[in-house]
Ligand binder design. Structure first.
Ligand code: GLC
Length: 553
């Protein structure tokens, strides 16, 4: 047996689906989603073909940052259910072969967490050193302020104990002091607790912030990540850390664990994501092709997590001012669509005005890019945002199950988008019955992605497509090849590709059927419709394409 392509490295070609229990499905008719509702929808998720669910925070919280402000790491928010409901959900997910990971938000706690309440009660509190205090903080560097519309400093004076505390995010989210060994032990205990209940890992919130205040005497900040990962691996070899690390590529490699791959298992490709949006705004493949060429190869057994949208604003912070303007002009020209001067509080489908061709192309691109794709709930049916909701909440709207909404029998706590993106127009039930729907397209893409492990495991090469609007890339693994071609513009065109090593082979179209012959010199001409996308498998003329594929085990 070959040691690669084994499914114990399940994260190498997983399909990760991010959802918020609160907005997915209400099971007890109080207008708020919950674990019972989510459990009812597991068959839908399994049928879609996703392999791993990422749950946004579901812990007790005063909800001043939509659950990213936690008051108890060992419990379920009573609005979302009980620990019993959680365990039933986990059992059902496991039964359908779905893995589950959850947000790990341990850079900070809520200021109402009992640890912080105790810590601020006096300088001799048992929990004082669990947070970061200063008599005279250094002046703020404006680039450190994450929410510039709400905060102007990362330090907040605490009247009760007469010192400033550090808060990288909102002032109601005091940073934990991970330099304190007790805090590190507690973090490991949190991981251990949820792993015992069946989680396969965590999406680690705000990683660079988390490790920034590790004290040098306690080793390098990265040792902390390596320690956490080692702890998890001792408990369960198949567990993963998926990191939110929005830093340039050359810094990013350190978060995987330079050369060793002993820290984060997966890192989101924020750079590739931003370059993909620039490419789509211009209708030119160049910016994305460059990112794919610059992107470092992750260490063995690690992987890139590829995404186009998530639960936050579409951050464009790593583009230049002019590039950002280009994306704003194309996809979010109105000031109310923009956030913090650097991002867009919109969902992908509405940014494309609901144009089915463009949505299909964008998601085809997502699934064909080398790595593990991560989708945000509702993308599979083309849900839009509600700009009337406050800042990032615009994209966190209730899942649209039917024309009536179908999220809850009661009045939902949150409003759905109106107009062309209302549940009456965009919903699961209608799309299930429509063979041309985005939902069906998603299912097809997921099926093909899983059948083509080359995309995730292989070596990728960006090819010269001879046309600025076209991204053509091939992924090769163990003599098998998958080719993906995407037309980012609104014109019909033909491209000529050279496929070295595949002379005289056949290309089988994996999305719509049909075959093309590669010439004896490796050349092939491919017709592309406006915003067209095509995936091909190469095979010798006498070999059925299925048999030319690398098999996952
Ligand atoms: C991350 C989350 C974001 C949250 C912040 C603070 O960036 O993605 O939603 O507000 O961390 O926890």
């Amino acid at each position: 047996m070959r040691l690669t392509y084994t499914s114990d490295l399940w994260w190498k070609n997983a399909v990760i689906y991010c959802l918020d229990v609160e907005t997915f499905k209400d099971g007890d008719d109080d207008g708020i989603g919950d674990f019972r509702g989510l459990t009812q929808q597991i068959d839908y998720l399994a049928g879609l073909g996703v392999t791993c669910l990422w749950l946004m925070p579901f812990f007790p919280t005063p909800n001043r940052d939509d659950g990213y402000d936690i008051t108890d790491f060992y419990a379920v928010d009573p609005r979302l259910g009980t620990l019993g409901d959680f365990v039933e959900f986990m059992r059902t997910a496991r039964d359908r072969g779905l893995r589950v990971i959850a947000d790990l938000v341990v850079n900070h706690t809520s200021n109402r967490h009992p640890w912080f309440l105790d810590a601020r009660s006096g300088r001799d509190s048992r929990y004082r050193d669990w947070y970061v205090w200063s008599d005279e903080p250094k002046p703020d560097d404006p680039s450190q302020i994450v929410f510039p519309d709400k905060e102007h400093s990362i330090w907040q004076f605490d009247d009760q104990s007469g010192q400033y505390y550090l808060h990288s995010f909102y002032r109601h989210q005091p940073d934990l002091n991970v330099a304190n060994p007790e805090v590190r032990d507690e973090i490991a205990r949190i991981l251990g607790f949820w792993m015992e209940l069946g989680l396969s890992g965590f999406r680690v919130d705000a990683v660079p912030f988390l490790i920034q205040n590790v004290h040098p005497a306690l080793g390098s900040p990265h040792e902390f990540l390596a320690d956490l990962r080692a702890f998890m691996t001792r408990r369960s070899g198949g567990s993963v850390l998926l990191g939110e690390v929005n830093v340039p590529y050359d810094e990013l490699t350190g978060y995987f664990g330079e050369g060793l791959g002993d820290q984060l298992t997966l890192c989101f490709d924020f750079i590739g994501m931003q370059r993909a949006w620039l490419a789509m705004a211009r209708g030119e493949a160049g910016p994305l092709a460059e990112a794919l060429e610059q992107r470092p190869t992750p260490p063995k057994d690690c992987q890139w997590a590829v995404f186009l949208r998530n639960h936050d604003e579409l951050t464009l912070d790593k583009l230049t001012e002019n590039e950002r303007e280009e994306v704003f002009d194309a996809f979010g020209p109105e000031p109310r669509m923009q956030l913090y001067g650097r991002g867009l509080r919109r969902r992908l489908p509405s940014m494309f005005g609901g144009d089915l061709r463009r949505m299909k192309m964008a998601y085809s691109l997502l699934f064909s890019l080398p790595g593990t794709p991560v989708v945000f709930y509702g993308e599979e049916i083309g849900m839009g945002e509600n700009l009337d909701a406050e800042d990032r909440m615009a994209v966190r709207v209730p899942m649209q199950w039917s024309r009536e909404g179908g999220f809850s029998q009661a009045e939902p706590e949150r409003d759905s988008p109106g107009g062309a993106f209302s549940p009456g127009r965009v919903n699961v039930a209608d799309q299930k019955r429509d063979g041309d729907s985005l939902l069906r397209w998603f299912q097809l893409l997921i099926e093909r992605y899983r059948e083509c492990p080359e995309l995730a495991w292989g070596m990728h090469t960006v090819l010269d497509a001879g046309h600025p609007a076209v991204l053509a890339h091939r992924c090769d693994a163990d003599g098998a090849t998958v080719l993906a071609v995407h037309n980012l513009c609104d014109a019909e065109l033909e491209i000529d590709l050279r496929l070295d090593g595949l002379e005289s082979q056949i290309l089988t179209d994996l999305l719509v059927g049909g075959r093309l012959e590669i010439g004896g010199n490796g050349g092939v001409r491919i017709a592309m419709s406006p915003y067209g996308c095509r995936w091909f498998r190469a095979s010798e003329p006498e070999v059925p394409p299925e048999d030319a594929s690398v098999k996952s085990r």
